[in-house]
Structures are given as C-alpha cells and as structure tokens.
Design a protein around this ligand. Structure first.
Ligand code: GLU
Length: 495
C-alpha cells in the first residue's frame, strides 16, 4: 500500500514550530517510503480563521523545501483539498446522515441555555461537560417537525455509555478509555460546518491517508475518532502523536512571544535549512550520533519509530549554534546576499556625513563578509561585529595592555610611534603588502608578532575582539583612515 500522509493546518496565523514539525514529520514519513504527501487546509472553524494565514502556510512550506504532491494548488484526484470547499460538495453531511441512519449519531436541538445548565465535572483539573443525550430520545416525528420549523441543530456522535474503547498509537501503544468518559461530541455545527473532530476522520479516510502525525493534544480525542472509524466500518490510519515542545524551563512553548513561529525566526536572521534541521531533532533522533542533516539526508534517515515520547526542549542556544554551522557551510555568494542588508546597516551605508566616518562600497563589504562568515551564529550578529569600521569607538587606553602579548601602554605607544612613519610612507594597503612590511619591522626589532600587531589592531579598531587581524582591517579602512586611527591611538597613549 502506498504511504500517504497529510499536513492539515488550520489557517489561524503564523506557523508555530510545533506545526512545522508536524508538517516536516508527515513529509519525511511519506518521502522516506516513496509515498505521497498532501496539504489539506482545515478552515471549518470560521471564528478562528485569519486572513492571509493560508498564504503563510504556502510560503513557509516553500521556504523550507517541504513540497506537497497534492493540495489545493495541485490536484491529485482526491480534492477539494480545502475543507470549506469539501463542505460545499455535501460530503460531511452525507456521512453524518449515514451515521444517523446507523444509530451512531443524532440531531440535537438543545439551545444555549439548556447546554449551559448541564452538569460539569472536573476531570484531571479540567472542567468537562458531558452532553446528557437529551435529544437522543426524540421521536422521528419530533425531529422532523423541528427540522421543518427551521430550528437550529447540531449533529452529535452517539457514544456508548458502557464498555471501553481502545486505539493504537505508534509511539504510545494501545490506549484504552472508558466509554462513559466519551462526550457525544458535535460532528456538524449549527452553521452547517463540520467540526475538526468529524472532518479529520472523513477526510483522512476518503483521501486514503495512511499515517496521521499530530501534536499529542489530540491524544485524548482520538478514542472518539476511533469510534467514528468503527461506526463507519473503516480502517483507521496509523497514529503518531508527537511529544510536547517546551522551552528551556520545561514549560509549554508559548505560541506568542518571540521565537516560536517560523516567521519570527526568519525575522531574527535564521537560515531556513538550519531551522528545518533543528525542528527535525525536536523529539526525533537518528540512529547515528550526528546533528547536521540536510532535508535530503533527513528523508533517508527518518524512521518515525525513533520519535521520543518525552517532551522536546526548544533550546535556542542549540538553534543558534546550528544556524552558525549552516552559515559557515553556505556558498559565499548566497551568504553575501543574505548578509548584505546587515552589512549595510552595520556599516551605516549612506550616512558618511559625520567627520571621520568611512564609506564602504561593494568590494569592501565583500571583504568584511568573508571576515564575519565563520564568526556569526545569526545574521544580526554582524551589526555589532562591524560597527567599528564605520566609526572608531571611544575606547580605553587600558585595552592596549595584554598579558599574553606582553604589551602595555608604554610599549604600545612606542610601537605606534615607530610604525606611523612606515605606514605614512607605504602605498600598498593590501593585506599582504601591509603584513609583509610590518613583519620586516617585527623581525628587525626582534619582537614577537603579537607585541606589534596587538597595539596596531587596537588602534585601528578600538575593540578587544574583531572579526579579522590588524592588516585585514587596515586594508578595508584604507591608508587615510588607518593613519588617522594610529595617530588617535598615539594621542590617547601620550595623554
Ligand atoms: N487542523 C488541525 C491543526 O491545525 C490538524 C490536526 C491534525 O493534524 O489532525 O491542529
């Protein structure tokens, strides 16, 4: 049997990492076995529908390389692939009526007031109202009269009040519940739309879905879905309920707040491939001890039986590290393209008005990009790393003192005073040219390299940490700016 999986998002806003994980795992399960992966839009909850959310779903899947074989924009013969459109075909009502005919569902005309007066019970800290089957006892005539009178109704599942229901999850194994705990949930709402609870069963069956992957918040409803499959006489799909995603404090990852959606992560300068790699490891681990996987490699390695049941910790430190690895491995031109907006911002493009500020063209940005590529984790890291190029920051003379380099303010002053005339007379401000010239000075004096380079680098950058060595920085700054900064250093040290 061909594997068929589906990602069935509700268009309710940004793409939360938990949803993206479901999509990714569904995709990987299908592709690992050469099966088909489909996109189905679950928009039956009109109250939660958010304008533009469907576009976010398409855009995100495309950005991360999760391609669907079937979906609203790619007919595979099992459409429509949008539930509101499926509803118009009458499919949900048809199956609901089939259940009514079998005694497995019934019309319910109870109004809000009556429902509000039902007993609530507290089960495991949650308030649960179980419908009291009031309308199950209506006669055929009463039902018909209410329907004819245009009375609003819902259709409810008719669950047994005795016995148990067992269903199987691929990770959690067999789960058995007492039938008396199963509420007669609504299948068709008063607005004629099916509930998710009903539509997911009808659609997964009629679309020949073999594996359903979803968050374990659906675990508790699954016995009711199982009862629907049994009522229809259908074979349920294989269920894979995923562990919770938590933050570092082991609290459920909030939907709002910073970095929990794919869009937020893109805005924060993460690379889509790194995010996919990171999300793949949220609850799943490969057989080999390894963390970096391309999507192709994930398809090969993905065995869903290796998904863990324990909560997956969303570790931002790890995500940043992983992103840095992707940036290091990235093709330089792509890197430059992605880094350029940050380079321009960090280098203050276009505002070279203030005295002493430097303008940087494309060639300079290319050089600086090469310096930072191996040093950043996310693109915004560039901003702080390159700002000294534009403007020498205020810095303290104490920065010249370095134990390992054996430098102090006096030795630094002397070195800067020595090299100033050499730099004034020198024309070749390439990294190699400068390095060669300064190395000769180092040799003649019998100094250690760092003894000379530390004060020079401090003078031209004003920073303790820079993305490159002294001569590389000087190459980018050019002669005039380099000399200005060396003189400033001398001034500071002689004060
Ligand atoms: N529409 C549901 C959601 O977005 C889908 C759950 C499922 O995959 O069955 O959570």
């Amino acid at each position: 049997m061909k594997i068929r999986t589906r990602y069935a998002p509700s268009p309710t806003g940004k793409m939360h990492v938990g949803n993206l994980r479901s999509a990714l795992y569904e995709f990987l399960i299908a592709k690992h076995e050469g099966g088909d992966f489909m996109l189905r839009i679950e928009d039956t909850d009109q109250e939660r529908f958010v304008e533009g959310a469907t576009e976010i779903i398409y855009r995100t899947l495309e950005q991360v390389g999760i391609t669907h074989d079937e979906g609203p924009d790619k007919d595979g013969g099992y459409g429509p692939y949008v539930q509101s459109e499926r509803m118009k075909t009458g499919i949900y009502m048809k199956y609901a009526k089939e259940l009514i005919a079998k005694g497995e569902a019934y019309y319910c005309f109870c109004d809000k007031e009556r429902l509000a007066s039902l007993k609530t019970e507290v089960v495991e800290g949650k308030e649960i109202t179980v419908y009291d089957k009031h309308c199950l006892s209506l006669s055929q005539e009463e039902i018909q009269a209410s329907l004819d009178a245009g009375k609003p109704f819902v259709i409810r599942q008719n669950n047994p009040t005795e016995g148990t229901t067992t269903f199987h999850d691929e990770l959690y194994g067999d789960i058995t519940v007492e039938n008396k705990e199963l509420d007669d949930m609504i299948l068709i709402k008063s607005d004629g739309y099916p509930t998710y609870n009903f539509a997911n069963v009808v659609d997964d069956h009629t679309m020949y879905i073999t594996h359903v992957v979803r968050g374990n918040e659906y675990l508790s409803s699954s016995p009711k879905y199982t009862r629907l499959y049994e009522a229809f006489g259908w074979e349920p799909p294989k269920y894979v309920h995923l562990p919770l995603v938590t933050d570092e404090n082991h609290k459920k990852l909030a939907k709002r707040g910073g970095s929990s959606s794919f869009e937020d992560l893109m805005e924060q300068g993460f690379v889509a491939e790194a995010v996919v790699n990171f999300i793949a490891l949220l609850g799943w681990s490969p057989e080999e001890n390894r963390e970096i996987f391309s999507l192709e490699e994930l398809i090969k390695a993905f065995d869903y039986h290796r998904i863990s049941k324990s909560p997956a910790v969303y570790d931002v430190v790890k995500l940043r590290w992983m992103n840095g690895e992707y940036i290091k491995a990235m093709d330089f031109d792509r890197f430059l393209e992605m880094a350029d907006p940050y380079l321009k911002k960090g280098l203050g493009e276009g505002d070279g008005q203030e005295a002493g500020s430097v303008q940087f063209g494309e060639a300079a940005r290319r050089k600086i990009a090469a310096m930072v590529k191996t040093r950043i984790e996310v693109f915004p890291d560039i901003l702080e790393m390159v700002d000294f190029f534009r403007e020498l920051p205020e810095y303290d003379a104490a920065m010249y003192t370095h134990k390992k380099m054996k430098t102090d303010t006096a030795s630094s002053l002397q070195v800067l005073q020595d090299v100033l005339p050499l730099l004034e007379a020198w024309e070749d401000y390439s990294n190699d040219g400068l390095y060669g010239m300064l190395s000769r000075y180092v040799e003649e004096k019998g100094y250690k390299n760092g003894y000379v380079m530390w004060p020079i680098r401090t003078a031209v950058s004003g920073k303790q940490m820079t993305p490159a060595g002294a001569t590389e920085i000087m190459e980018v700054l050019g002669k005039e700016e380099t000399l200005r900064r060396i003189r400033k250093g001398i001034e500071l040290l002689s004060a």
